[in-house]
Design a protein around this ligand. Sequence first.
Ligand code: C5P
Length: 284
Amino acid sequence: MNQIDVTSNAKINLTLDVLKKREDGYHELKMIMQTVSLYDIINLRKTDSGIFLKTNLKYLPTDSRNIAYAAAQLFFTAAEISGGVDINIKKTIPVAAGLAGGSSNAAAVLTGLNTLYGKIFSEKELCLLGEKLGSDVPFCIAGGCALSTGRGEILTPLPDMPTTTFLIAKPPVRVSTAAVYGSLRADKLTDGMISAIQKHDQSGVAVRLFNVLETVTAKEHPIIKKIKQDMIELGALGSVMSGSGPTVIGLFKDKKLANDAKNVMLKRRFDTFVVHTLKRKTEI
Ligand code: C5P
């Protein structure tokens, strides 16, 4: 076999939870990923030496900055064979869109080269190579539906869903994965809160108050955002929606300030209570 066409499918996230920021700078994730029927086509043609890459999108790099090129480099190095490949990618998956377009291309180049060069690596070995290229590459090699943990590379297969239709709509903006993770306030994650609690650091707890459901409820009920702002203006060190809302809580260091704030809230006819935390009653 001298050449091969491989399909390189996009993925969607059914869920994505960020658990904590890790020592190595990556984020610990827990997410469910699903391969979908949107795909790029990659033609791989065996050559004697060198890697040449072209795509139908002129703005994409064609050297090792392109993850598909890097995948070919890695393949030849790891396989310790002399050989080359011409890679021709017909892109349909939107770029920088959260659909794993690049990771999927890298996965397709690894599996395609492995087929062209005589199954040098097992799928497991390909996944280990893929991991070096990007966190989502092992999933793209395996495909289907999977729970993905670690930085995204630890996969637990989930049963195939009945064929399900999704609409994918990508607005004309590009998003850099590294920039998004970079701006994520990791100190707002649960691990940071645990250490603030262990250190009896009240202000630390206050600034880490965080509820992912707030993004949903507060969008529908802007009053939630307003109450949070008011609580801060009235002296709360931190404020957050409780549970699925609409109740908002504020952490006050001073009981007097809390009572003053309560009187302001009562005037607005909110159900308002000043409370304090209680100790555990039984062993758990
Ligand atoms: O692994 P990948 O190269 O796809 O990740 C791109 C960038 O996204 C990383 O350099 C890192 O900044 C961020 N990232 C992260 N935690 C993850 C995956 C990616 O912080 N689990």
